[in-house]
Design a protein around this ligand. Structure first.
Ligand SMILES: [Zn+2]
Length: 433
């Protein structure tokens, strides 16, 4: 198709981007003709018809449409060209995988957000169906499937689409949130920040924005003539005070829940922001201040966003029970305190003397024989697996059940033992309700 530009007439109605006249754009066999007027477009269509006849091809009227942006009602009249041929004017068309609309105040790609959110929703539903046959998928596997099947829909076009319509962005964020809540087995009451700190995934708002900024950096470094010209044109318009893609990008960056300037700050700031949310949540005590292993295996690296070791426990019941304890999504009565219920509603269901906290049931309460027997097994297993230093650390914290339990729950060595005990307690609480 390299000879096609020779058939395109140049006139005063051509779209000009930073001094470059853009008459036609090709993507494989998809051709886009551009003009600022009906007459100009007619000349372009007649040009491509001539090109077809020279190359022994026919111009397909039924597969070609006209779209008018910002026009009047009269612009809906079919475009007539050649000898009685005509092209229909449409308000909605799918172009290169994008659903583009010419009407509506929220921009030409507003419906594209709906379409992609619906596709992500269908995939989440399919995953649910698969899990009915296979049982719950391991978290690393579900995470991989998210990146392979859901993320491509939710980030589709993010490199050129700025999320300036909050409602559209939230529709897609909702799909990401629902998928991750399902993977972790936590409900809507559980804090949103843990969906990312525990799985190592990035909030969609940040991920989409970083893709946009990466695209700009790519345009600035590479000689992609038309895309660079379009970007320079947008910057010029922005400097002239017009509302453009650039001003919307600025608004989208300002809308982030933390302050950023550069791409590194968009990506690096998300970790600090999420860690701040975790640190400010009293019910996330057991995951505050934790560390991930360094190259030597020592727990020394602060990683606000990572796929956590406890999510790799293979038994789905054990894994989910421990997840709920760590993320404050459990059945222990202390949760009722957060719901504003009276103190006596939060007392231990077995001894009735103190608040039913995680550390009380795990390490202290002696009124339930089943619980006490389970705890003996749990502590024996922990003790057997502990090194001399770890035993000394646990003994040193004998008077502080909460800190002692935090040490146990933060260890990678005891994670399966802890998960099994979390599951036993969860079943015990279920039976006592
Ligand atoms: Zn008790």
């Amino acid at each position: 198709m390299s000879d096609l530009p020779g058939f395109m007439s140049r006139d005063e109605d051509d779209v000009v981007l930073d001094g470059v006249a853009v008459t036609n754009v090709e993507q494989a066999d998809d051709v886009l003709l551009l003009s600022l007027s009906r007459e100009g477009l007619r000349r372009k269509v007649e040009g491509i018809s001539r090109w077809c006849s020279v190359n022994f091809m026919l111009f397909n009227e039924t597969k070609s449409v006209v779209m008018v942006f910002g026009g009047k009602a009269g612009d809906r009249v079919p475009l007539v060209f050649g000898e009685g041929c005509q092209l229909q004017v449409v308000t909605e068309v799918s172009y290169l995988g994008f659903l583009v609309t010419s009407s509506g105040s929220s921009g030409p790609l507003r419906k594209h957000y709906n379409v992609k959110a619906q596709k992500a929703k269908r995939i989440t539903g399919t995953m649910r169906g698969v899990e009915k046959l296979t049982g719950l998928l391991p978290v690393p596997c579900a995470r991989k499937l998210y990146m392979a099947l859901v993320d491509p829909h939710l980030t589709h076009g993010a490199d050129v689409m700025v999320d300036h319509v909050e409602r559209a962005r939230r529709e897609q964020e909702k799909e990401q949130e629902q998928y991750l809540r399902r993977v972790l087995g936590v409900g809507s009451r559980c804090r949103k920040c843990i969906l990312f700190t525990e799985t190592g995934l990035i909030p969609l708002q940040v991920r989409r924005l970083s893709l946009t900024v990466k695209c700009i950096l790519y345009l600035l470094r590479n000689p992609a003539l038309l895309a660079s010209a379009a970007y320079r044109e947008l910057v010029s318009l922005d400097f002239a005070g017009h509302r453009t893609w650039v001003s919307r990008l600025r608004e989208a960056i300002t809308a982030l829940p933390y302050v950023v300037g550069l791409l590194e700050e968009i990506n690096g700031g998300v970790g600090r922001w999420l860690q701040g949310l975790v640190d400010a949540s009293p019910d996330l005590y057991f995951i505050q201040g934790r560390r991930e292993p360094d190259a030597r295996g020592d727990l020394a690296v602060a990683a606000p966003v990572a796929l956590r070791q406890y999510l790799r426990v293979s038994h789905p019941g054990y894994r989910r029970a421990l997840t709920r304890v760590l993320l404050g999504e459990h059945r222990y009565a202390v949760r009722r305190r957060g719901w504003g219920q009276a103190r006596d509603r939060c007392l231990c269901r077995f001894c009735g003397r103190v608040t039913e906290t995680v550390e009380h049931l795990w390490l202290v309460c002696g009124r339930s024989e089943v619980l006490a027997a389970g705890r003996r097994r749990f502590m024996v297993d922990i003790w057997k697996a502990a090194s001399l230093e770890e035993r000394a650390e646990l003994q040193g914290l004998n008077d502080d059940a909460r800190s002692q339990l935090k040490v146990i729950l933060s260890s990678r060595r005891w994670v399966t033992i802890s998960a099994r005990f979390a599951y036993e307690i969860e079943r015990l609480l279920k039976d006592s309700e």
